[in-house]
Design a protein around this ligand. Structure first.
Ligand code: 3Y8
Ligand code: NAP
Length: 248
C-alpha cells in the first residue's frame, strides 16, 4: 500500500499535494518550519526537522513510508542530501520534483556567481541601492558592505535587530511582474541579488529587472547528489502510480 512523504515548502510542492490528495493517495506533507503560518495543505502535515539522516530514516520506518518525494526548493540542499542518504539506508524509492533553473535571455544583465560570499564580492564598493531577495537566513554576509542602502524581503517580520540598517518588505510571494517593477522603481533599486530558484513564484523580479535594465547578481544552485529527478507533477504521479500498480 502506497504511503508517500512529500518534503514540501514550495509552490510546486503545493500543486503536487493538491493532485495527490485528489488521487486519494495516502500521503503526508512536511514543512521545514521556516515560516510562522505556512500555506494550508489538503493533506496531513508535519513541521520541523527530522533530526538529520538518521531521524529521517527512523521517521520513514516508523511511519511506514513507501515513497519519498523531495519537492523542496533547489537551495534546500541539506534536506535534499539527507533524503538521498535516508532513502538509500531504508531502500525507499525517492524522486525529486525539481524545477529547471532560469536561463539568461537577451536583455538580462546577470552577474552569475557560485555562492553567497561571491555575491557580496560582486557588489560595487561605491554606495548604491540594493534589493536582497534571498530570504532572512542569508543576509548576514552583506554586513561586509554596509555602505549600501539595502531593501530586504522576508516571509515573516524580522525578530530582533538586523545585522545592518535596511528597509524590510514582508511578503511571501508568489510575486507579479507589475508589482516587482513598482517595488524596484519606487525604491530606486540599482542592484538585485537573487538565487537561481527557477519556477514562477520568484521569477517576476528577474523579468522586472530585465525590463528596467538593472543588473542581477544571480547565485547558482548548490550541487546535489545524483537522484531520480522530474520537472512536473504529472511525472511524479506517474512514478507513484507506476510503482503502485506494480505493487512494489
Ligand atoms: C516555508 C511555505 C506558495 C509557495 C510560495 C517558490 C515560490 C513564493 C518566492 C523574493 C524571493 C525565497 C524564500 C521565496 C519564494 C515561493 C513559495 C517561494 C523566495 C514559502 C514557504 C516557506 C518558505 C521558506 C522561505 C525561506 C526563504 C525562501 C523567501 C509557506 C512561503 C527567498 C527563496 O524568512 C525566512 O526564514 C524564509 C525562508 C526558506 C529562503 C531562505 O532560504 O531563507 N522560502 N517560503 C517552508 C517550510 O517551512 O518548509 O510558508 O507556505 C514558500 C515559497 N517561497 O504558497 O505558493 O516555490 O519558490 N521563498 C528564493 O531564494 O527564491 C522569495 O523575495 O523574491
Ligand atoms: P535546508 O537548509 O536544506 O534544510 C536544513 C534542515 O531543515 C534540514 O536538514 C531539515 O532538518 C530541515 N528541513 C528543511 N526542509 C524540511 C522539510 N520540508 N521537512 C522537514 N524538515 C525540513 O532547507 P532550507 O533551505 O532552510 O528550506 C527550508 C524549507 O523552506 C524547505 O522545505 C524548502 O522547500 C522551503 N523553501 C526554501 C527556499 C530556499 O530558498 N531555501 C525557498 C522556498 C521554500 P533535519 O536535518 O533536522 O531533518
Amino acid at each position: 500500500m502506497t504511503r508517500a512523504l512529500i518534503l514540501g515548502g514550495t509552490s510546486d510542492a503545493n500543486l503536487l499535494a493538491a493532485k495527490i490528495a485528489r488521487a486519494g493517495v495516502d500521503a503526508i506533507y512536511s514543512y521545514g518550519g521556516r515560516t510562522r503560518a505556512p500555506t494550508g495543505q489538503p493533506l496531513p502535515t508535519r513541521s520541523g526537522g527530522f533530526g538529520g539522516v538518521s531521524g529521517l530514516a527512523d521517521y520513514i520506518r516508523q511511519e511506514g513510508i513507501t515513497h519519498v518525494i523531495d519537492a523542496t526548493h533547489p537551495f534546500a540542499a541539506e534536506m535534499s542530501r539527507n533524503a538521498v542518504a535516508a532513502c538509500a539506508d531504508t531502500q525507499t524509492p525517492l524522486v525529486a520534483l525539481e524545477r529547471a533553473p532560469w536561463v539568461r535571455v537577451p536583455g538580462d544583465r546577470w552577474i552569475e556567481v557560485p555562492d553567497l560570499a561571491a555575491a557580496v564580492v560582486a557588489l560595487p564598493e561605491t554606495p548604491s541601492r540594493v534589493f536582497l531577495a534571498i530570504g532572512r537566513q542569508h543576509i548576514a554576509p552583506f554586513g561586509e558592505k554596509p555602505q549600501h542602502a539595502y531593501t530586504l524581503r522576508f516571509v515573516d517580520p524580522p525578530e530582533g535587530a538586523l545585522p545592518f540598517k535596511a528597509d524590510v518588505i514582508v511578503s511571501r510571494g508568489p510575486f507579479t511582474f507589475e508589482g516587482e517593477v513598482d517595488t524596484l522603481r519606487s525604491r530606486g533599486i540599482a542592484w538585485i541579488v537573487a538565487r537561481n530558484s527557477g519556477g514562477d513564484g520568484a521569477r517576476a523580479k528577474i523579468d522586472a529587472s530585465r525590463a528596467l535594465g538593472l543588473p542581477v547578481i544571480m547565485i547558482a544552485r548548490p550541487q546535489l547528489p545524483e537522484r531520480l529527478r522530474v520537472e512536473s507533477v504529472a511525472e511524479v504521479l506517474a512514478w507513484l502510480g507506476h510503482r503502485t500498480c506494480l505493487g512494489a
